[in-house]
Ligand binder design. Structure first.
Ligand SMILES: Cc1cc2nc3c(=O)[nH]c(=O)nc-3n(C[C@H](O)[C@H](O)[C@H](O)COP(=O)(O)OP(=O)(O)OC[C@H]3O[C@@H](n4cnc5c(N)ncnc54)[C@H](O)[C@@H]3O)c2cc1C
Length: 382
């Protein structure tokens, strides 16, 4: 067993670490506090190839693997989970389903733009009345001649307000699972509208929007995969995307621990720095231990996925453990800051708000437990 990172991956980590330190750290708080999309940072990320890390080089991407994107997401999330989420959405929610299910023409048309950052992508599955329960989606797609007509509302869509292209899951028949199909939709199409940009608790630099399809007509060839493949495509996209959310959580936890270590080493109470109080030391030790555990399971999931082995159960375990661990870690770190940790403008306060979304999106903790229980009870998915 070899636990060292290959040189190519070490290089990704170092490059993204430098980008985060030199570009993200000095400017991100302004985007976060004004809740604006960090265009300048995304442009640099695009030049570095971060928007298409997993997109094949044939289409202008970096052509790297799951572990490479995980390392990039982990590094950026230490400082800006919102920026990491934007990059995740482009790679794994918009890019990955096209890589896995698109035909040559679709790959040529969309992957090149996504990889270069010429276009942004989003993934629209959730509806006001259906999130975890994907089989009850209602937004409809009807075939009229050579045109698909899309109608309905999709809600809580990351990048929904800035996307040029949407991967959307729509109902094409009444069968709960086989009645869903996936489509690639250009947002410039008539009948597409952004109806609301959400005012979120955290992740403020990452736009989340409600989008509406009002008889939006797209060409027949914009079906992704075959009719009835939508549920399968949705599940595959979620399964593979979860490891990146786990990496986002890992980065947040590492960022919080670093902040706590810094503060604990300078703040004095009762005549000594608080890092000398054993209770504080134990809290730091718990954080560091859980971070190592999360990293182990996440990197192992990458190894399985990149080597073509079954990975779904481990991806769910990674997401479940890492996101809940990150919530605990940020909470512990904020406690070490005492009162100043509760004040706006302190990064730990922002991480506290940012992290809360992670056990919810791309499948809640409860849904991860359902998947894991199903796997171990039925010996499925490995
Ligand atoms: C910041 C943010 C970004 C998002 N980005 C996207 C995006 O880009 N694209 C997209 O399509 N969606 C996105 N979402 C939506 C997200 O994926 C859903 O919120 C999530 O899947 C949960 O669905 P829901 O909110 O409808 O909750 P519900 O499904 O209504 O669940 C409510 C509660 O019931 C629990 N529950 C539900 N079913 C079960 C069950 N069978 N057993 C046990 N407990 C259960 C859930 O765990 C949860 O606690 C985003 C959400 C957020 C907050």
């Amino acid at each position: 067993m070899d636990f060292t990172l290959p040189p190519e991956h070490e290089a990704v980590r170092t490059t993204v670490r430098d980008y985060t330190k030199q570009k993200v750290e000095p400017s991100i708080e302004e985007f976060e506090s004004r809740a604006t999309f960090p265009h300048a940072l995304i442009e640099t990320a695009a030049e570095m190839g971060l928007l298409g890390i997993i997109i094949p080089d044939k289409y202008g991407g970096a052509g790297l693997d799951t572990l490479a994107l995980v390392l990039a997401v982990e590094e950026i999330s230490k400082v800006s989970p919102a920026l990491a989420l934007i990059i995740c959405a482009n790679n794994s929610l918009a890019g990955a389903p096209i890589i896995a299910h698109g035909n040559d023409a679709q790959k040529e048309k969309y992957l090149t733009g996504l990889a270069r950052g010429d276009i942004y992508g989003c993934y629209a599955m959730t509806e006001p009345n259906a999130g975890s329960d994907v089989a009850s989606l209602r937004a409809k797609a009807t075939l009229e001649g050579d045109t698909w007509v899309l109608s309905g509302t999709k809600t809580l869509i990351t990048n929904g307000s800035i996307a040029d292209v949407v991967i959307g899951i729509f109902r094409t028949s009444i069968h709960p699972h086989k009645g869903l199909s996936a489509f690639i939709i250009d947002t410039a199409t008539e009948g597409f509208a952004v109806t609301r940009v959400e005012n979120k608790m955290g992740l403020s630099a990452s736009p989340t929007a409600e989008i509406y399809f009002d008889g939006c007509r797209i060409p027949r060839e914009n079906l992704l995969g075959s009719i009835g493949d939508g549920f399968r495509i949705a599940m595959q996209t979620m399964n593979s995307g979860r490891v990146y959310i786990a990496a986002q959580a890992l980065g947040i936890a590492e960022g919080a621990l670093n902040l706590a270590l810094g503060y604990a080493g300078t703040r004095k109470t009762f005549g000594k720095i608080i890092a000398e109080h054993q209770v504080i030391q134990h809290s730091l030790a718990d954080m560091a231990t859980e971070i190592e555990l999360a990293r182990s399971i996440i990197y192992r999931t990458c190894f399985l996925k990149d080597s073509g082995a079954p990975y779904v159960k481990l991806a769910s375990m990674s997401k479940l453990f890492a996101t809940e661990m990150a919530c605990r870690t940020v909470d512990r770190a904020l406690q070490i800051f005492g009162g100043v940790g509760y004040i706006r403008g302190n990064r730990i306060e922002r991480l506290y708000r940012d992290v809360r979304a992670l056990p919810i999106y791309e499948g809640t903790s409860e849904i991860q437990k359902n998947i894991i229980a199903n796997a171990i009870l039925n010996n499925k998915f490995s």
